[in-house]
Design a protein around this ligand. Structure first.
Ligand code: SF4
Length: 280
């Protein structure tokens, strides 16, 4: 099993890449950057970054590759949901295509798990897949590899369009930290996570912003996961939205293959919903 995690919507983390660069306001309080600066500084600085400059070598949050971690999921026998690169962004421009391909080769070989790849750079994800799909031997990203993007406010909803260009069978959105009201096009989306920010200096989430995302998911029959209200600590505000816990998934690892059919991403609202609710 990989590193245990307190992230509610997954079961394990796998970090064959670490380090990143902040891109939009959702990154302002990035916990990966914080951990790299504090707890993991010594470990990270002992490894050469992909960009071999004095600035990068002195930066614990510069992008670093960890090939020795690549095979870890192949050794985990029990099916798991695995958050890929919780300490980085797989599609950061400093991660070479060859290494992204090796990460995909492992995910493809470990089909018993569900891999959750979350990026703020979905346009590179689309370019990567268009270029490498033939080498990887799959026209579309198979259903056990979920590709998602972060949408913290309306300004970055262009990422939803870029994500739609990735021929994945499960595409998801992480609206966390949710920093404003969102008007979402969910036609190509199979799962949505929402949550408020936590930690010192957290930016409070208005309850109506969370309701708005939930209501759009319900209307579009897209599984919805409400992670937390946020506050000084992740659990400070709890995880009930209008007295209900929302923990829905497209499907879970270990489910028989013929039940792993997420709702078709289409405009056909009568399409059978395969959302799977584990609580509430
Ligand atoms: S993209 Fe993700 S990992 Fe990278 S800085 Fe932003 S929040 Fe952190």
């Amino acid at each position: 099993m990989g590193l245990k995690t307190g992230i509610e919507w997954t079961e394990a983390t796998w970090n064959p890449v670490t380090g990143c660069t902040k891109v939009t306001t959702g990154c302002d309080h990035c916990y990966a950057a914080l951990l790299a600066e504090r707890r993991l500084r010594g470990l990270y600085l002992a490894k050469a970054p992909t960009r071999n400059t004095p600035e990068s070598r002195a930066d614990p949050f510069a992008v670093r590759l960890w090939p020795e971690r690549l095979r870890a999921p192949l050794a985990w026998n029990e099916p798991r949901m695995v958050f890929v690169n919780s300490m980085s962004d797989l599609f950061h421009h400093d991660v070479p295509d060859d290494f992204v391909r090796r990460v995909f080769e492992v995910m493809l070989a470990a089909g018993r798990h569900v891999f959750q790849v979350l990026t703020k750079r979905p346009s590179r994800a689309a370019r990567f897949w268009a270029k490498h799909a033939h080498v990887l031997g799959h026209e579309a990203v198979p259903p056990h590899i979920w590709i998602g993007t972060s949408v913290e406010n309306q300004e970055v909803t262009y990422r939803v369009r870029h994500l739609a260009d990735v021929p994945a069978q499960v595409r998801f959105l992480s609206c966390e930290p949710l920093l404003g009201p969102l008007d979402l096009n969910l036609d190509s989306i199979h799962w949505v996570i929402a949550g408020g920010e936590s930690g010192a200096g957290f930016r409070a989430m208005h309850p109506d912003w969370a309701r708005l995302v939930r209501d759009q998911c319900v209307a579009a029959r897209v599984p919805f996961f409400f992670k937390q209200w946020g506050g000084l600590t992740p659990k400070a505000g709890g995880n009930r939205l209008d007295r209900r816990v929302w923990r829905q998934y497209p499907f879970l690892p270990g489910m028989p293959l013929d039940t792993r059919r997420p709702r078709p991403a289409s405009r056909n609202r009568r399409a059978e919903s395969a959302s799977f609710s584990v609580a509430g």
